[in-house]
Design a protein around this ligand. Structure first.
Ligand code: GAR
Length: 189
């Protein structure tokens, strides 16, 4: 069994989609969800699936010994960042031997890096007059949005798009691609 820890900070529609996808799997288990945000919508989304959630403080994320211990205790093989908005430090990456991936709502390297998360990304894409956007799933390193790319999918940006309408189109790509990529990776673990 490959045990996944999802890290998420906000609404958690991706976290829920992944959890639903693997609900009856014999090979992949969403074993836990970690967050730094006690008010994150993702916490109630996990409830119906019985996924245990842990909330860690800013200090614990900055000096992640407790988080690393918990990853080992739960025998986590893969970490999935699904709308996770904090830095991930090296001890966490090492705790899962580099098996940690993120989803980003643009075609990296465009619209990545500091401050580029969630709706900020879609606003920037529209302001730049892009005709294409999409998603990138990549390995996580200490450098934001810079690890090896596993998958990219694109979608059009319509002339009348708002950040919200673009976000909806990008989310659809995420829901389709992310569980499939996780499944592929899990097969190799
Ligand atoms: C997703 O679109 C994800 O790609 C993005 O946050 C959204 C979370 O939505 N992640 C980042 O911007 C990371 N830099 P969700 O909470 O509904 O899954």
């Amino acid at each position: 069994m490959v045990n996944i820890a999802i890290f998420a900070s906000g609404n958690g529609t991706n976290a829920e989609n992944i959890t639903r996808y693997f609900k009856n799997s014999n090979t992949v288990k969403v074993a836990t969800l970690f967050t730094g945000n006690p008010k994150a919508g993702v916490l109630s989304r996990m409830e119906p699936y019985g996924v245990p959630c842990r909330i860690f403080s800013r200090e614990q994320w900055n000096d992640p010994i407790d988080i690393v211990n918990e990853l080992h205790r739960l025998d986590i093989n893969l970490i999935v960042l699904a709308g996770f908005m904090s830095m991930v430090h090296t001890p966490i990456i090492e705790a899962v031997k580099g098996n940690i991936i993120n989803i980003h709502p643009s075609l990296l390297p465009k619209f990545g890096g500091k401050g580029m998360w969630g709706m900020n990304v879609h606003k920037a894409v529209i302001e730049a007059g892009e005709t294409q956007s999409g998603i990138t799933i990549h390995y996580v390193t200490e450098e934001i949005d810079n690890g090896t790319i596993l998958c990219q999918r694109s979608c059009p940006v319509m002339p009348d798009d708002t950040p919200e309408s673009l976000a909806k189109r990008v989310h659809e790509l995420e829901y389709e691609a992310f569980p499939a990529i996780i499944e592929q990776l899990a097969e190799k673990l």
